[in-house]
Design a protein around this ligand. Structure first.
Ligand SMILES: [Fe+2]
Ligand SMILES: [Fe+2]
Length: 135
């Protein structure tokens, strides 16, 4: 899925890789310390990515910014709740968390982030069609 041919796409690739690593670690029943480290990195990078993506949507004047942002906010709230449970010692939370991340990320990128790319293409087409002012 190509969005900006730049940092947004790089973030998505990194996040998908991290999510797969976390998923492998939890399904293999690796230790809490390894899972905790992967989880911490993933949450940090997810939050950073979301910030970058929202800024990008602002700069291009994306019309569905508010809805898209609401989706991000809900996800981060859920993520933090599970992360707190995990930090409180509930290792059984890890597989749930890893699944939530995997499902949310792939669905969100394929459905909602894709709409940003669709909007960008439309914007480009319209810019190409607009006649230049004859001075
Ligand atoms: Fe997004
Ligand atoms: Fe994204």
């Amino acid at each position: 899925m190509v969005i900006d041919q730049g940092p947004i796409d790089q973030d998505h690739q990194t996040l998908v890789r991290q999510v797969n690593e976390l998923h492998t670690a939890t399904s293999e029943g690796r230790g809490q310390d390894i899972v905790a480290r992967l989880l911490e990195e993933l949450v940090r990078d997810t939050v950073e990515h979301i910030r970058r993506e929202e800024h990008f949507m602002e700069t291009i004047g994306y019309p569905q910014l508010a809805q898209h942002k609401a989706g991000h906010d809900n996800f981060v709230a859920e993520l933090r709740e599970l992360q707190e449970k995990f930090a409180a010692g509930s290792i059984t939370v890890a597989p749930r968390l890893s699944m939530l991340l995997r499902d949310w990320l792939s669905l969100h990128i394929r459905r909602y982030d894709k709409d940003i790319a669709v909007f960008l293409r439309k914007q480009k087409r319209e810019a190409a069609r607009t006649p230049r002012s004859r001075a």
